[in-house]
Structure formats: structure tokens, C-alpha cells
Design a protein around this ligand. Structure first.
Ligand code: PLP
Length: 411
């Protein structure tokens, strides 16, 4: 009989959203009349920008004609897209990225999850707590960790606690680590790292020959000047950092699927025989072997965000969600609830009143004001006592939800 990858058995079931779904379904069954507002899941609600739609329609028409038809494209992405990304997101910010240092994909979940394949299994992994679960789970699947302990942490992983006590800026690990996952702006906390904080990590990685896996999926939401849009804004980062970006939250591509990864050729690791090898080469090999390119239509749609119209429309889209974030944050403050995030990210991370456990607060919001959020404990033990609300709802629901919270909790 074929054997299985036993590492998968180390993972708990995908408890968080399944459990949320179960509790919401049970409540709905008991209260079919309840008008439930969902501010839990991190998916967008507004339509794609008009420039993207127009570009995609045009691309469909091209595929309808033998003269302009396209089959397989370059696995790394079409140059009309990669050139536009490099120009707008890097060159214009004074960062030089070569055209063979960018890899377009079907979204950054795949890239954040798959990147660990090009690292040795003996690498020591550091992740923040709480954390976007993909980084951890994919390393568990690969066998880079031990088993799950009673405290909710996996053996063999270095956890970097992030809570209000350290202003959500993780301290450097005491022991040496090889792979460091940083997400900025952060999901779930909605907080960011300042230039000074990020430089600390780049310096650590350079001193310790580590690699930073920098997830900038929410970069478009940054409003404050002191928060780097790219890790490569930090001097020396191009030698030690891989950056992930996504069109999902930037332009509503969660269902359309497009993202990209930057791997500078200067980021290197050591082979078993001691030679230094570019991670770029390994990723190129992996990408061209396991991936056959993002759909032409989708890449045309993504490239349209870099046109003048597209830029304006994306600004409005991001502005729409950030106005929701402001409404939620200020509403929580009026209700006497401490809230973090929501300034440079579409997530609001609130401290539960009276240190109520996250799941108790979930039940309270669901049953008393019919609002669904996400318990912080679901993102890691340090998320206990916190709760995530997202700004991705539509305006009307966001306003209604905030009014309900204000009425319920106002002191
Ligand atoms: N990284 C973070 C931190 C996210 O929150 C998400 C999606 O929620 C992703 C990556 C995945 O984005 P994509 O839709 O591009 O796969």
C-alpha cells in the first residue's frame, strides 16, 4: 500500500473558518430571522476596476481571432505585465529589479505556500504569532517542524509574539533562524513595521545569513510615509529578502487570481557541498516545472491597473475599503473598545472587552448584535483576547454593523 506524507497528520483540521461556519449555521437555524452581517472573512466585495474589465474584454476578443490568439505564455509572466509592475512598484521608488527577478503567479497564497520547497528541510523557521496560517501549515506539511504542542505551538518553530505589549513589532529571535516570515501590513493584526523596525530584521538576516520571506499582499493599503511599501526600500534587503505581492486586495482579484514574487539574484543559500546558489534559479526551475503561467486575460486585466485610469480606479477602490476601516476603528473607539490596525491595512484588530476569550466574544457579537468576525485565537495563541474585523464589507453593512456595536457596548 502507498504510504502517506505523515506530516499532514500533524496539522489540526482547518478549524478556524469551519468552526465559524458551524456556529453561524447553528445560530441561523435557531434564529432564521436574524440579519447577520459578516465582517469576518478577508474577501473583497466591490467589483473589479473598469480599466481591468475593459482590458479583459479586449483580451477575450484577441483570443477569439487566430491572428491574435495566445496559447501557453511565459511561465514567469508576460513582459507587458512584468515591465509595468517593475516600473510602477519598484523603479519609481528607486529600487532596481531585473526582468528575470519577477515571477507572475495565480496569487500570493500559492507563492507564500510553495516558496519553502526551495529551502532545505533542516532550515529553522521563524513566524510571528498571530500569523497568516499558510506560512506555518506549509512548513508543517514539508516536515520542517515537530508536532503540535498543548500550548498551540509546533515543536521546532521559532514563534515571534506580536501583541499590544510590543506594539505588534516582533522582537528578534534569541536563537539563529534561517527563514523568517514577515507580513507587512499584517494580516490579521492590521499593523505594520516602520522603516526602523524593518531595518532591524534586514540587519539580522544579513548578520545571520537568513532569508526574509516578506509578504506585502496589502502594500496598496499603506497610507503612512514611514511604512515601507517594499522591503527593498531598506538598504541591503536585496541580498536577503524575497517579496510577495498580490492583485487580490489591491484591485479585487481574489477570484480572478494574480500575484507575483520578486526574488533578487543576490539572495543566496548554501548547497550541501558548500557552494552558494541563487534562490532565483531554483524558483525559476520550480515555477517552470510546476506552473504553466497565469491566464493571458487575467494578466491583461492586472496590467490595466498601471494605466492612468486604472491607477485612479484602484486608488478609489482602496480608498473605499479604508474609509470602512476608519468607520470601524472610530466606531469601536466610541464604544470604548481598543482597536489596532486599520490605518495602513483593511483589518482592525480589537482587544476584547474585559479580556474576554476570543471565541466568547465571537459568540457575544453573533448572538447579541448578529455580527460575524474572526476570533484572534484562530491565528495563533498570542491572538487570544483579540478579534479581527475586516473593512472589505460594503459601506452600508459596515455602517450598520458599527451602529450595532456602538449601541451594544457604549459605556
Ligand atoms: N498573504 C496574506 C497575508 C493574505 O492575507 C492573503 C489573502 O488573504 C494572501 C497572501 C493570499 O492572497 P492571494 O489572493 O493573492 O492568493
Amino acid at each position: 500500500m502507498a504510504s502517506i506524507n505523515d506530516n499532514y497528520l500533524k496539522l489540526p483540521g482547518s478549524y478556524l473558518f469551519a468552526e465559524i461556519g458551524r456556529r453561524v449555521a447553528a445560530f441561523k437555524e435557531a434564529h432564521p430571522e436574524a440579519d447577520i452581517i459578516r465582517l469576518g472573512i478577508g474577501d473583497v466585495t466591490q467589483p473589479l476596476p473598469a480599466a481591468c474589465i475593459e482590458a479583459m474584454h479586449k483580451a477575450v476578443d484577441e483570443l477569439a481571432n487566430a491572428d491574435t490568439f495566445r496559447g501557453y505564455g511565459p511561465e514567469q509572466g508576460y513582459s507587458f505585465l512584468t515591465d509595468a509592475i517593475i516600473e510602477h512598484n519598484y523603479t519609481q521608488r528607486g529600487i532596481h529589479i531585473d526582468s528575470d527577478e519577477i515571477f507572475v503567479s495565480d496569487g500570493s497564497k500559492s507563492d507564500c505556500g510553495n516558496i519553502q520547497e526551495i529551502f532545505g528541510l533542516n532550515n529553522k523557521v521563524a513566524i510571528t504569532d498571530p500569523v497568516y496560517p499558510v506560512y506555518l501549515d506549509t512548513n508543517v506539511m514539508a516536515g520542517r517542524t515537530g508536532t503540535l504542542k498543548a500550548d498551540g505551538h509546533f515543536e521546532g518553530v521559532t514563534y515571534l509574539p506580536c501583541d499590544a505589549s510590543n506594539n505588534f513589532a516582533p522582537a528578534l529571535p534569541k536563537e539563529r533562524v534561517d527563514m523568517i516570515y514577515l507580513c507587512c501590513p499584517n494580516n490579521p493584526t492590521g499593523t505594520t513595521l516602520s522603516r526602523t523596525e524593518l531595518k532591524k530584521w534586514v540587519d539580522y538576516a544579513r548578520e545571520n545569513q537568513s532569508v526574509i520571506l516578506f509578504d506585502a499582499a496589502y502594500a496598496a493599503y499603506i497610507t503612512e510615509d514611514d511604512v515601507p511599501r517594499s522591503i527593498y526600500e531598506i538598504e541591503g534587503a536585496k541580498d536577503v529578502a524575497i517579496e510577495f505581492r498580490s492583485f487580490s486586495k489591491t484591485a479585487g482579484f481574489t477570484g480572478t487570481r494574480c500575484g507575483y514574487t520578486i526574488i533578487p539574484k543576490t539572495v543566496k543559500g548554501r548547497a550541501a557541498d558548500g557552494t552558494l546558489v541563487e534562490f532565483n534559479k531554483l524558483w525559476n526551475r520550480r515555477h517552470t516545472t510546476k506552473f504553466n503561467g497565469t491566464a493571458y486575460i487575467v494578466q491583461r486585466g492586472a496590467a490595466a491597473i498601471y494605466t492612468p485610469d486604472g491607477q485612479q480606479q484602484v486608488k478609489e477602490l482602496v480608498g473605499y475599503y479604508m474609509e470602512n476601516a476608519r468607520i470601524i476603528r472610530e466606531g469601536l473607539e466610541t464604544a470604548g473598545i481598543t482597536a489596532y490596525g486599520g490605518i495602513n491595512a483593511p483589518y482592525i484588530w480589537l482587544k476584547t472587552p474585559n479580556d474576554m476569550p476570543s471565541w466568547d466574544f465571537f459568540d457575544k457579537l453573533l448572538t447579541e448584535v448578529n455580527i460575524v468576525g474572526t476570533p484572534g485565537a484562530g491565528f495563533g495563541p498570542c491572538g487570544e483576547g483579540y478579534f479581527r474585523l475586516t473593512a472589505f464589507g460594503n459601506r452600508e453593512n459596515t455602517l450598520r454593523a458599527v451602529e450595532r456595536i456602538k449601541t451594544k457596548f457604549r459605556i
